[in-house]
Design a protein. Structure first.
Length: 152
């Protein structure tokens, strides 16, 4: 007999399970937490935390596709281009590539499992920040940004 390479970590009293592939230390991302805050003038910061099936943070670098959408479902890219940068906040993850300037990025979280997107926009646009879940292929979407989410 050999060790199980793929399967579920069984849930505790909460009944939640966490999927793993290629060994029990390789938990699959199944959800994301979005924490939105205002930054400097006209800057909104969105911290994206990668979670496993039990709701625990996956504290490893994870590559993600992040994009801005006009839809609460995350359908499509936004029609609006931010006036300033859309990038990683300093020391808060890495941008690996750009799919659409100021709209869609390939990023990598820090080893903590968190990536912070920094959006600079003088119009303080009500974007939705979306992440393509690398496991399910589905878009996970933040609440809509509001003017108060951008620094004054």
């Amino acid at each position: 007999m050999s060790n199980v390479e793929n399967g579920f970590q069984q849930g505790g009293t909460d009944g939640k399970n966490a999927l793993f592939v290629g060994g029990a230390d390789n938990l699959m991302p199944t959800s994301f937490e979005f924490e939105i805050s205002d930054g400097a003038a006209n800057v909104c910061e969105v911290a994206i935390t990668v979670k496993d099936g039990k709701g625990n943070t996956i504290a490893k670098p994870v590559s993600l596709d992040v994009f801005l959408s006009d839809a609460a479902t995350g359908a499509g890219l936004t029609a609006t281009t931010a006036s300033g940068t859309v990038t990683a906040k300093t020391a808060s993850g890495a941008v690996i590539g750009t799919y659409a300037a100021k709209k869609a990025l390939r990023v990598q979280t820090l080893a903590t499992g968190v990536f912070t997107l920094e959006i600079t926009d003088t119009a303080k646009t009500g974007f939705y920040v979306a992440v393509n879940n690398p496991f399910t292929g589905l878009a996970e979407v933040s609440r809509q940004l509001v003017t108060a989410d951008y620094g004054s």
